[in-house]
Design a protein around this ligand. Structure first.
Ligand SMILES: *[C@@H]1O[C@H](CO)[C@@H](O)[C@H](O)[C@H]1NC(C)=O
Ligand SMILES: *[C@@H]1O[C@H](CO)[C@@H](O)[C@H](O)[C@H]1NC(C)=O
Ligand SMILES: *[C@@H]1O[C@H](CO)[C@@H](O)[C@H](O)[C@H]1NC(C)=O
Ligand SMILES: [Zn+2]
Ligand SMILES: [Zn+2]
Length: 592
C-alpha cells in the first residue's frame, strides 16, 4: 500500500527538481477600480455552513479577475476568523467541500500526477466534511492520490465521507472510499446530524474505484442498518452532501434520492449540498428541505444557515459569496482582509509552487477579453469566434491546398475558460486550452461537408462522450428556464453572475452587471470557401477524437443520395499541422 504512494511522491519530487527555475515575470492582481455599491449580508442561524465545490485547482486566485481575487490562504483566514468572530456560543458551524479538485488550472495540472501539490494546499483548510468528485476518478493516479493523501490522512479520518464509492486495493479487494456515513452531535447546540455523501451516477471511473448509483446503494443492508439505528427521533438533521447537481431536469437523481429519504424520515429537516454542474443554485425540495450548490473554480463560497431546526418550521437562508478579499472582509465586518499566520503560510505555499512550475512565465499579451458563453458566438468578443476566424485558419500542413475549400471542426468542450485581457502565461494555457490535439481530414463534396456541423449540433452532447483528457472541466447541464431574474445593467458594477434560484434574485452577495450566458453548441468550425459548387471536393479537417462522430454524421448525410459512398476509418487521413493550443499561442504572440 505504502509503495504506491511513495512512487507518486517520488515522481512529484523529480518534477519539482526539473521545473524549478527563475521566474520570467510576476504580476500582481489588479486592485478593485471601484468599490462595490453594496454587499448583501449573511444571516447566521442555529446551524451555519460554508460550502465550496468544483475548485479544480484554482487555489491561487483569479489573477485577472478582481471579483475572485482571494487565494486559498485568504479563504483559510476567512473561515477561521468567521468561526471565531461572527458566531456565538449558541450557534454551530460546518465547512463542506463536494469534490472535483483538479483539471482546470496550472497549479494542479502542471504537476505529475496532477493535483499532487495542490492536494497539500487544499488540505490545509479545516474542512468538517469532504468527499470526492468524478475528476478524482478518471485515472488510477488521481484515485490513489485522493485515497492515500486525503481519505487516509489523520486530519480527515472521520470527516471524509462517501456513501456510494469504493476504493479498489492492489489485491482487488474493495473498501469504502472514506466513511459510508457519519452520525454526530454539533458542538454547541447539540444538534444530532446523520450525514451521507453521494457522487452522481458516474460511469467512467478507473479500475481502482467503483461507483454504485445512489439509488442502488441505498438498497444495501448497511443503509437499512444505519436508518434503523438512527431512527427519526434520534436525528435532528439529515445532511446529504456530494458531487451531484441540485437541479437535474434530465435524470432527477437528487429528486429520486430525496423521495426515498423522505419516506424514511417524513418530518426531519434534510439539507443537501451539491456540485458538478458548475453553477450557483439553490432548490427548495419541500418545506423542510433545501439544496445549495456553490459554483466552481474558487469563484464562490456558498453560505447556508438553518434556524428553528427542531421547531417544526425551519428557516433556511442562502447566499453566494464572491471568492474575493472584498467579500471576505465584508462578511467579517472589517474594512480590509485580515491576515493570519496560517493564511499567510498557505499563500506562501501557493507562491512557491507558482514559481517552481513557472506558471507566470509570460508568453504574450491578450489585447482584450474573449468569452466562451457570455457573448454570442458571432460576436468578436466570443472566444470561439476568435478561434474559428483567426486561429484555426492558421493551420498549415503538407496537405494544405489553397485552391480547395476547407472546413476545420472542433468540439467546444476543448476550451475550458474565458481568455482574459492581460498577460498570456503558461498558466493561461492550462486554464483555457490545456490539451494538444491531432488533426484528421476527409475529402468530401461541399454539399455534405457543409452540413456536418449542424448535424452534430442537433445530436446529444459530445462533451459527455469525451475521453478524460478532453473532458473539459466545464460541465454543461441543461439550464432551467423557469428561474429567471431581470438583468442588471449598471455601468458602475463589475461584470459577473446574476443568480436566479428558488428563493429569488438576491442570492449573490455582490450584485454584478449581468454577464449573459448563451448556450454553446457541441462543435464549431472555420470555413474557407473558394467556390460554392456543391459537387466540389473540399478538405474537411477535424479533431481526431471526433472521428466516430464525424463518420456517423457524414454517413447519415450521404445515405439519402443514390449510389452513396459509405465512409469509414480508412477515409480519415492524417492532416498534420499544429494543435489548436499551439496555434492560439502563436496567434497571441503575433498580435503584439
Ligand atoms: C450606480 O451609480 C449611479 C450613479 O452614480 C447610482 O445612481 C446608482 O445607485 C449606482 N448603482 C448602484 C447599484 O448602486
Ligand atoms: C419555530 O417553529 C414553531 C413550530 O412551527 C413555530 O411555532 C415557531 O414560531 C418557530 N420559530 C421561529 C423563530 O420561526
Ligand atoms: C490542389 O487542388 C487543386 C484543385 O482540386 C488540384 O488541381 C491540385 O492538384 C491540388 N494541389 C496539390 C498540390 O495537391
Ligand atoms: Zn467540476
Ligand atoms: Zn464533476
Amino acid at each position: 500500500m505504502k509503495s504506491e504512494m511513495l512512487s507518486i511522491i517520488l515522481t512529484a519530487f523529480i518534477l519539482r527538481f526539473v521545473v524549478g527555475g527563475p521566474l520570467q515575470q510576476l504580476f500582481e492582481p489588479e486592485a478593485f477600480s471601484q468599490p462595490a455599491p453594496y454587499i448583501r449580508d449573511l444571516k447566521t442561524g442555529q446551524l451555519n455552513f460554508l460550502h465550496t465545490t468544483d475548485t479544480h485547482g484554482w487555489l491561487g486566485s483569479h489573477l485577472l479577475q478582481p471579483n475572485y481575487n482571494a487565494d486559498w490562504g485568504d479563504f483559510v483566514t476567512f473561515v477561521s476568523e468567521f468561526k471565531e468572530k461572527q458566531l456565538n456560543q449558541d450557534q454551530d458551524f460546518l465547512l463542506i467541500d463536494t469534490g472535483d479538485k483538479h483539471d482546470g488550472n496550472g497549479l494542479s495540472d502542471a504537476t505529475v500526477p496532477n493535483g499532487i501539490e495542490t492536494t497539500k494546499i487544499f488540505n490545509e483548510q479545516d474542512y468538517d466534511l469532504l468527499t470526492l468528485g468524478n475528476h478524482e476518478l478518471y485515472t488510477p493516479e488521481n484515485t490513489l492520490l485522493e485515497y492515500y493523501s486525503t481519505v487516509l490522512s489523520p486530519k480527515f479520518a472521520d470527516k471524509y465521507i462517501s456513501s456510494n464509492v469504493e476504493f479498489v486495493k492492489k489485491d482487488g479487494s474493495k473498501v469504502a472510499f472514506g466513511n459510508k456515513y457519519r452520525y454526530f452531535e454539533t458542538k454547541n447546540t447539540r444538534a444530532r446530524v446523520l450525514s451521507f455523501s453521494f457522487l452522481f451516477d458516474f460511469r467512467r471511473f478507473n479500475e481502482r474505484a467503483v461507483v454504485t448509483p445512489a439509488l442502488e446503494e441505498l438498497k444495501k443492508p448497511w443503509f437499512h442498518d444505519v436508518t434503523a439505528r438512527y431512527h427519526e427521533e434520534f436525528v435532528d438533521l439529515i445532511l446529504v452532501f456530494g458531487h451531484m447537481p441540485v437541479t437535474d431536469v434530465q435524470n432527477r437523481e437528487i429528486n429520486r434520492l430525496h423521495d426515498l429519504l423522505r419516506r424514511i424520515y417524513p418530518n426531519t429537516v434534510i439539507q443537501y449540498f451539491g456540485g458538478h454542474s458548475h453553477i450557483r443554485d439553490f432548490v427548495e425540495l419541500d418545506k423542510k428541505s433545501t439544496a445549495l450548490q456553490s459554483g466552481r473554480f474558487a469563484e464562490t463560497v456558498g453560505f447556508l444557515s438553518i434556524d428553528n431546526l427542531t421547531g417544526g418550521s425551519p428557516k433556511f437562508f442562502r447566499r453566494y459569496m464572491d471568492f474575493s478579499t472584498r467579500s471576505f472582509a465584508h462578511h467579517l465586518s472589517m474594512k480590509h482582509m485580515p491576515k493570519t499566520e496560517k493564511g499567510l503560510h498557505v499563500t506562501s505555499m501557493i507562491k512557491r509552487l507558482r514559481q517552481e512550475l513557472q506558471l507566470d512565465a509570460k508568453l504574450g499579451s491578450v489585447p482584450r477579453t474573449y468569452y466562451m458563453s457570455s457573448k454570442p458566438l458571432k460576436s468578436p468578443e466570443n472566444l470561439y469566434h476568435l478561434i474559428t476566424h483567426e486561429v484555426l485558419p492558421r493551420l498549415h500542413s503538407q496537405f494544405t491546398n489553397q485552391s480547395m475549400s476547407r472546413f476545420i471542426l472542433m468540439n467546444t468542450g476543448a476550451v475550458r475558460y474565458d481568455l482574459f485581457k492581460g498577460p498570456f502565461t503558461q498558466d493561461t494555457e492550462f486554464i483555457v486550452l490545456p490539451f494538444s490535439n491531432e488533426w484528421l481530414y476527409l475529402e468530401l463534396p461541399l454539399r455534405i461537408a457543409s452540413k456536418v456541423m449542424n448535424y452534430l449540433n442537433k445530436g446529444p452532447a459530445i462533451a459527455s462522450l469525451a475521453p478524460p483528457q478532453a473532458a473539459a472541466a466545464s460541465t454543461k447541464v441543461p439550464a432551467v428556464a423557469t428561474k429567471e431574474c431581470p438583468k442588471i445593467k449598471e455601468p458602475n458594477l463589475t461584470f459577473g453572475l446574476t443568480t436566479a434560484d428558488d428563493y429569488g434574485c438576491d442570492g449573490d452577495d455582490v450584485p454584478h452587471n449581468t454577464l449573459d450566458d448563451y448556450e454553446l453548441p457541441n462543435v464549431v468550425q472555420s470555413e474557407e470557401l473558394v467556390s460554392d459548387d456543391p459537387d466540389d471536393i473540399v478538405h474537411f479537417v477535424f479533431y481526431s477524437f471526433l472521428k466516430p462522430h464525424v463518420l456517423d454524421a457524414v454517413n447519415a448525410l450521404t445515405k439519402a443520395a443514390k449510389n452513396h459512398k459509405q465512409y469509414d476509418e480508412s477515409d480519415c487521413k492524417q492532416y498534420g499541422g499544429a494543435s489548436t493550443k499551439k496555434l492560439l499561442r502563436d496567434f497571441i504572440q503575433q498580435v503584439n
